[in-house]
Design a protein around this ligand. Structure first.
Ligand code: ZN
Length: 319
């Protein structure tokens, strides 16, 4: 079981306005919208997937824009993913500083684990970072309006805020097979065993005095990790349930991957998602994200769903 988890798959956040979210991630950050669908558990709400050309696992940021659905503002705190970090080339830091300045996006420049980092927030208040590094071979979405050498390559790491860190350290090492790679201040960095850095890192921030966070607008809903085989996923599920006594969902068909969900001892909602089949299963690669795609069981409701969802003004994703 130790090598089953190959790093990050995607991250999902509860956000506010759909158009603002779309504009921020596709226009300002230059990610590709690879799938427009609805929350499979709530067809009143979009589910946007942003990533590289194919939306490959570890490049994906996803959002549920819940504005107008009576969802409260979230409270940031322990038991949540607090910071979502994206990967860029080290040489691209200057490009992004200039871009954020041009678009009046406030940012702070710091150094973390030896890398230059730009910290900023999205329109819903999510804490984001761009991490300049030389250890990322993933291909970014380079056919958009940001050139390949500057474009975001995918997730770099996520940082969880944890009140009682020991059970989380133990879980990551023993169940996920993660190794501890560095410590800086109150953050301990782990990564999956399959090598590389970007897209495999998970930072645990020791917030022993922190208050428990509450999910809502502007907070991360869950973080997903990738697994190759369905059999491995089922073995992991059995281990989580039978040996660790965790509450784990049944296998859920998310159309683009299959998933299980559970809370780790530190309170964070984890998902383990398969790499296949991916986003090209229901539309051509050149047109990913352009049309509203629904799971088969929602097709009968399409007219009503389309009437309820806020209209999105589409903007060109290419130069
Ligand atoms: Zn997910």
């Amino acid at each position: 079981m130790q090598n089953f988890i190959k790093g990050l798959h995607h991250l999902t956040a509860t956000v506010n306005d759909a158009q603002e979210d779309y504009d921020f991630y596709t226009q300002l950050l230059g990610l590709r919208l690879v799938k427009t669908t609805v929350n499979f558990d709530n067809n009143q709400v979009y589910h946007f997937y942003y990533g590289n050309k194919l939306g490959e696992p570890s490049t994906i940021m996803t959002t549920f824009p819940y504005k107008g659905q009576g969802v409260r503002d979230g409270v940031k705190g322990t038991g949540q993913v607090m910071i979502t970090s994206f990967s860029i080339a080290k040489e691209a830091i200057g490009f992004w500083k200039a871009r954020f300045t041009e678009y009046n996006l406030a940012f702070t420049e710091v150094e973390k684990f030896g890398n230059p980092v730009l910290m900023f927030e999205d329109p819903s208040g999510l804490e984001l970072e761009l991490v300049g590094n030389d250890h990322d071979a993933r291909a970014p979405w380079s056919e958009g309006h940001i050139s390949g050498e500057n474009a975001i390559k995918g997730l770099y790491a996520v940082t969880m805020s944890i009140k009682d860190v020991e059970p989380t350290y133990q879980f990551l090492k023993e169940t996920f097979g993660f190794i501890e790679v560095a410590t800086e201040g109150n953050i301990k960095r782990f990564r999956s065993l399959n090598g590389g850095e970007a897209g495999t890192l998970l930072d645990v921030r020791n917030d022993a005095d922190g208050e428990r966070g509450l999910n809502g607008l502007g907070t991360v809903h869950h973080v997903a990790f990738r697994i190759e085989k369905n059999e491995e996923q089922m073995q992991l599920r059995e281990h989580l349930v039978n040996n660790l006594g965790l509450k784990v969902t049944e296998l859920k068909d998310r159309k683009y991957f299959q998933s299980i969900y559970f809370r780790i001892p530190g309170g964070v909602l984890f998902e383990v998602a398969t790499i296949d089949p991916g986003f090209a299963i229901d539309e051509p690669v050149d047109h990913l994200g352009e049309e509203l795609k629904l799971p088969e069981w929602e097709e009968v409701n399409r007219t009503q769903i389309e009437a309820n969802l806020p209209k999105i003004e589409r903007k060109t994703q290419t130069v």
